[in-house]
Design a protein around this ligand. Sequence first.
Ligand code: PAF
Length: 282
Amino acid sequence: MEIIRTIDSLVSSLDAVRSQGKSIGLVPTMGALHAGHRSLVERARKENDVVVVSVFVNPTQFNNPTDLSTYPRTEEADCAMLAECGVDFAFVPSVEEIYPEPDTRVFDLGPVAEVMEGAMRPGHFNGVAQIVSKLFGYTMPDRAYFGEKDFQQIAVIRRMVELEGFKLEIVPCPIVRENDGLALSSRNVRLTPEGRAIAPEIRKALEASLSLKRDGMTPVQVAEETTRRINAVAGLETEYFLIVDALTMQPVETWAQAAENGAVGCVTVYCGDVRLIDNIRY
Ligand code: PAF
């Protein structure tokens, strides 16, 4: 595996790959890699001739400076894992390489970016669109792989791809979980032992919400009851739980409203000062 730190060198390596008619799969990450990332890389490995993984903690998508400064950084272990997975190129640039000057682009991301994470973290999705559009521009991949834990992020990236006219396939990949149901996240390492013990209650509440639906509750009732159950666990505090159309990300009031694209319940929960997100399809 080659570790590449400059855009010029990434672009010229990938030009050579493309000139041989080989396909390119890109897995964008912010490092602190875990088995969830590994599953994306393995999928990319199966489906492409050449796999590129970017490892870059993108400052423009952090609306909270403490979240940015405490974000785990484990470059050496990340590169070891990527080499073991058979990745061809790890792109590990500095902030100065990616943003020699501030990126002032504002993307018209529309309604998919206005709710949930978009409402709670102003500027977050614009920052995601900035970095992902740059990565797509440098690598021009055939396919790009994203985890469904960040369900809304995938809808936002699809919108950015439409706006920018990139010709590539976005490949959503299922959430990978600990045995007790906790969705894998780079932020899990910041949980205290007490927090780690109660965090799986989020998944349990989401699973129980499936039977609330079967019992005849509306999406709004399911969301209220599930929020109540999560908040009943001392140490957990729900920021939002919304049941939305799986494509448009707009909240639904009846199950029929989401009949075409499916409904997904998206939740964000504070476990101490660690913000955990998860979702479930109905
Ligand atoms: O999902 C993430 O890790 C990040 O938002 C991404 C897509 C790598 C962009 O920085």
